[in-house]
Ligand binder design. Structure first.
Ligand code: TNX
Length: 522
């Protein structure tokens, strides 16, 4: 009798379940290819398996008891919901769940904090990494594999299949970034967040913010309120300017950190300092009359490098910015100081280097800084002079590869481009992709290369769609140059994979440049 009642309960339970929703069931999906062409950057290893995993309402995400992994799982769930009509529960105990996506800490095939294994079977997807950072990178790969459209199943609900297989992946370079010039034109917190989203999606891990220049000072410094009171009110072309309050900046840092991206603040000096000197004239070393600048010439301004008060100022500025910057780096600029005597320049860089160290940060500067006496832990960002980069290598410094002829996002694609400059080169989409940071310059060997960065200067762009026109699609190629091994990169193959990014760009309303070199889908 008891037995019968129990059976009846089960039977009724099934009926109720079946009435409100269809019952969970193991799926026997046909072989579906693990879509290599959906992936940028291309992973180190990809093996196809048999069958497929299906995303549907019976799928869940589970994580080890680790708060960072739990946040990543929530991120994954939200991102999936932004693509397809499914809200996948995280660490849910619901017994209707038959397929899981598991984020586990463990030992992936490649020994690197950002490495991950992604194993896809019919009833599970397992991401294994040494650190949450690795899990986050793996989650981006998984997101790229989520199909735009589902298939209808016998179970009468839509199912989103992901081909079975295995991916073993790790980055080629530890530093993979882009720079935004928010000084020539200011970009809002919202704009920068949108850019960060794309850096994250393509596995970049650095956002360098060029916070100060002749045309504007963009970060609040409590000890020197006129930097923003006066110095933030201008920008190229006479537009409104703007600046980040400390809370804005912290918000960006936190947003980036949640995506495993390090923010690098740059205060460009001793040249490119007109906005600072207009705000505090004791800083000026030109002796010329000071006035706000909204043009695009470079090289006319300099700090007075022989005044202790200037270093007291810089000390405070670095202190305040370092205090809200958890990342290890501070960028001092140091480029195009054409109005600073050479000896003064060297003296300046050496002294500022000591201040950066005092505040616990590693100094980065544009390649010119290699000519000064700097600590070997300082990093040179190669943009223009190979000789400077060679000098850095001789000093055993690390180098970030940003050669203007190849990696400058503000260069026009061709002579018809609506925005951008061309003093270094025209950089069409193929030229931006077809170079190898490891062999670009004989004088810069692999061992010295920390990674790659694509700077976006903003003299010719003043809003997010203009920014997107220059950045996309080239940024996606730079992400691959940073992450993927050189022997896996191939322009023809990349083009096929690039066009698969269009739905993601369109979903996010990115105004990308439809280069005629690519067969874009209609
Ligand atoms: C050179 S690159 C500069 C910037 C300009 C850029 C324009 C570098 C370190 N300095 O001040 O914005 O060219 O392409």
């Amino acid at each position: 009798m008891k037995k019968l009642r129990a059976l009846l309960v089960i039977f009724l339970g099934i009926c109720i379940l079946a009435a409100c929703t269809d019952t969970p069931q193991p799926l026997n999906l046909p072989d579906i290819a693990l879509e290599r062409d959906a992936l940028v950057p291309i992973p180190k290893e990809l093996q196809e398996g048999e069958g497929a995993f299906g995303l549907d309402q019976f799928t869940s995400i589970s994580t080890a008891a680790n708060p960072d992994l739990q946040k990543i799982a929530e991120f994954l769930s939200q991102e999936v919901a932004g693509r397809i009509p499914l809200k996948i529960p995280v660490n849910s105990t619901g017994d209707s769940l038959v397929r899981t996506i598991a984020l586990n800490l463990g030992t992936p095939k490649y020994d690197n904090n950002e490495a991950y294994d992604l194993i896809i079977n019919a009833d599970s997807v397992v991401i294994t990494s040494l650190t949450p950072e690795g899990a986050f990178r793996g989650v981006q790969t998984l997101l790229q594999l989520v199909p735009e459209e589902g298939i209808d199943t016998l179970a009468a609900h839509t199912l989103y299949p992901i081909g079975a297989g295995a991916i073993f992946d790790a980055p080629n370079f530890e530093y993979r970034g882009s720079m935004l010039d928010v000084a020539r034109h200011f970009f809002s917190v919202e704009d920068v967040k949108k850019y960060i989203d794309f850096l994250a999606y393509y596995k970049m891990n650095v956002l360098h913010l060029h916070l100060t220049d002749d045309q504007g000072w963009r970060i609040q410094i409590d000890a020197y309120p006129e930097l923003t009171g006066i110095g933030a009110s201008t920008e190229v072309g006479g537009e409104a300017g703007g600046f980040y309050t400390k809370d804005d900046y912290k918000e960006l840092v936190a947003y980036a950190a949640a995506r495993y991206i390090t923010i690098i603040p740059e205060v460009d000096m001793p040249g490119h300092t007109n906005a600072a000197s207009v705000s505090y004239p004791f800083l000026d070393g030109t002796g010329k009359p000071l006035k706000p600048y909204e043009g695009t010439l470079v090289g006319f301004s300099t700090f007075d490098t022989r005044k202790d008060t200037v270093y007291a100022f810089i000390d405070k500025v670095i202190e305040e910015i370092a205090a809200i910057t958890p990342g290890p780096y501070f960028h001092i600029g140091g480029d195009e100081s054409h109005s600073t005597a050479k000896a003064d320049y060297r003296y300046f860089v050496n002294r500022v280097g000591q201040l950066v160290e005092k505040h616990g940060k590693i100094m980065i500067g544009w390649d010119e800084i290699a000519n000064a006496e700097v600590s070997p832990t300082a990093i040179a960002q190669f943009w223009s002079e190979e000789q400077n980069a060679r000098t850095a290598v001789q000093k055993n410094m690390k180098v970030i590869m940003s050669p203007a002829k190849k990696a400058y996002l503000d260069m026009q694609y061709d002579s018809l481009s609506k925005h951008g400059l061309h003093w270094a080169a025209y950089i069409p989409v193929d030229s931006a992709y077809n170079w190898d940071p490891e062999t670009y310059s004989e004088g810069i060997p692999r061992e010295n290369i920390l990674g790659i960065e694509a700077p976006l200067w903003s003299e010719t762009i003043s809003n997010i769609s203009e920014l997107e026109y220059l950045a996309f699609p080239r940024l996606i190629g730079y992400a691959e140059l940073g992450w993927s091994d050189r022997n896996l990169r191939d322009w023809e193959d990349y083009k096929r994979r690039l066009i698969r990014q269009v739905p993601h760009l369109e979903r996010n309303n990115v105004q990308f440049y439809r280069s005629p070199k690519i067969d874009w889908p209609d």
